[in-house]
Structures are given as C-alpha cells and as structure tokens.
Design a protein around this ligand. Structure first.
Ligand code: GUN
Length: 291
C-alpha cells in the first residue's frame, strides 16, 4: 500500500482563499482592514525568510502588514515598549514576535506582554489556559492548528475516538497539538524523549504527529497500517555523498509512505499551513476586537 500524500501547499492555498474572501467582506461591510505586526529581533537567516513570507502573504490576503526589525542587541525594555505600542495601536489586530529571541531577552516576559486579544501565536498563558479549558475563543497556535485542519480533512471530520499519538512536548507544538486533538475527541497520548518503547506505542496509533526535532526518527515499522502520519519536523541535513543539504522531517518518509494511509511530505506539508493559519487567526482577532 502507498499512502496518500497530503498536499499542504494546496490546503494552505484553499485556506488563504477563504481568508482573502473574509478580509474583503470586513473591508467592504465594516471598513475594517485586519493588521498584523511582526517583530523580528536580530538577523537569523531562517527567521528572516519566515518573516518575509508572512509579510507577503499578509498583503496578498488584503491585510495590513507591519514589520519591525530590531537589532540583535536591543535591550529587553525597548522590545517591551514596542509591544506596548502595538498593543495600543488600533490598526494592529495581531502581534507576532518571531522566536527564538536572543539569549539576553526573557522570552516568556515578552510573550506575556502581548495583549491576549492580539496574540495570534496563541502563546500567551491566557490563550494556553483558554485552549486547555475548551474555550472556543482561544487563539490556537498556528502549526498545531494547521495539522488539525489537515487531519479533519483526512478523516472527513470523523476524528472522534481516534487514538492519537503526539511525539514531542514543546509549548509551540506538542502541548497545544494534544489539546486540539482532545478538543476533537481523540484519545490522546503525549510521548517525549523519556518515553519507554516508543515504537510499540506508535503502532497503536491511528494518528501520529511527529514533532521531535530528530531527523527521520519515526520509522516505517513503527506505523500501524493505514494510520495518518503528520510530520512537523524541518531538519536541514547534508547526507554522505551528497553535495547539497536537504530538508527532511522527523519521519522517515520513504518507509512510512509504504505503510501509512496518508502522510505529509517535507517540505510542502505542514509548513505552508502554518502561515495560512496565522492569517486566519489575524482575521479572527480583528473580528473579536471589533465586537
Ligand atoms: N519561530 C518558529 N515558529 C514560530 C511560530 O510559530 N511563532 C513564532 N512567533 N516564532 C516562531
């Protein structure tokens, strides 16, 4: 059996179309143009690429994009002052501070300074708590939200009762992913680096979400035939005998594709959905702020 390869690019394109329509409606009916402010500290090349893509897609969806680039050595209080200005700017409905931040800045302090109503990343403890308590107004983190939308599509909405295994317990992916799957009435297990006999646990899962940060860790013989496997990993690896580095996920794609019912490729799977979900969160935030 060969798995259905989930096309994240196409799914993201469909979602961006929906967001674009919603933005047009807000502009024409309410003269409300959603605005997204992205703050980048330093010049990490990967972060620069993400921020550029976010800006382009925000504008393409008809929204206002504001970019703030700060020097790597910016004092924490200056970053906090910028967040405060953005919190109070009525043209800004969503604020994203690109992570990771330089070591001298307390990441949690900055994330907690963002107005929860504008927290389109869903990282503020108020939104984490809302998601955990099942509040539908919770702003959910974009990567796990993108995974959830792709899973809903794969299961035709019938996620209820599925055994889901989330591998990874980060605040950005693993933990919110588990909450979102719980919200879909899955039976959720969270595995991590200390989990015993991960392959055996994995073989029981109808859904596997891999967010380990370890290249190609999830092998084909870990997968229950027909399971849906979502690969959140992005690892740049130079293989022996190859001149150029390649992007690989946390899943051994060539093996898993022979066993799974469906799986996401890297690149072209989860990645494109993350930014599309950010645009979606910005529109939701704008609507909620309008009241
Ligand atoms: N860096 C990598 N992924 C993310 C994300 O989803 N949000 C933010 N703010 N920074 C990131």
């Amino acid at each position: 059996m060969t798995a259905n390869i989930i096309d994240g690019k196409a799914a993201a394109e469909r979602l961006r179309q929906q967001v674009g329509l919603e933005v047009s409606r807000l502009v024409t009916e309410y003269q409300l143009q959603p605005g997204l402010a992205v703050v980048l500290v330093g010049d990490d090349p990967a972060s620069q690429v993400y921020v550029r893509n976010k800006g382009r897609q925000t504008v393409a969806a008809g929204m206002l994009s504001l970019e703030h680039k700060l020097d790597v050595a910016v004092p924490e209080n200056e970053l906090l002052a910028l967040v405060d200005r953005l919190n109070n700017d009525p043209a800004v409905h969503g604020i994203l501070v690109q992570l990771p931040l330089p070591g001298h800045i307390d990441e949690q302090r900055v994330l907690q300074a963002i107005d929860p109503a504008k927290d389109v990343d869903g990282f503020h403890p108020a939104n984490v708590g809302r998601l955990a308590t099942g509040d539908p107004a919770a702003m959910a983190p974009c990567t796990p939200m993108g995974c959830t939308l792709m899973l809903r599509e794969q299961f035709d909405g019938a996620l209820c009762g599925q055994n889901a295994l989330v591998i990874g317990r980060s605040n950005i992916v693993g933990k919110p992913m588990a909450q979102l799957l719980l919200r879909e009435s899955c039976t959720v297990t969270i595995a991590h680096s200390r989990t015993r006999d991960l392959p055996a646990l994995c073989r029981q899962a109808d859904i596997v979400v891999a967010a380990t940060g370890r290249p190609e860790m999830v092998r084909g013989d870990w997968i229950k035939p027909g399971a849906v496997v979502i690969d959140v990993g992005i690892n740049r690896i130079r293989f022996e005998g190859e001149e150029k580095a390649r992007l690989v996920g946390d899943v051994a794609f060539d093996e898993v594709v022979e066993v799974a019912g469906a799986t996401t490729p890297v690149p072209g799977g989860v990645g494109p959905m993350t930014i599309a979900c950010l645009l979606r969160n910005t529109v939701v935030a704008a609507c909620l702020q309008r009241g």
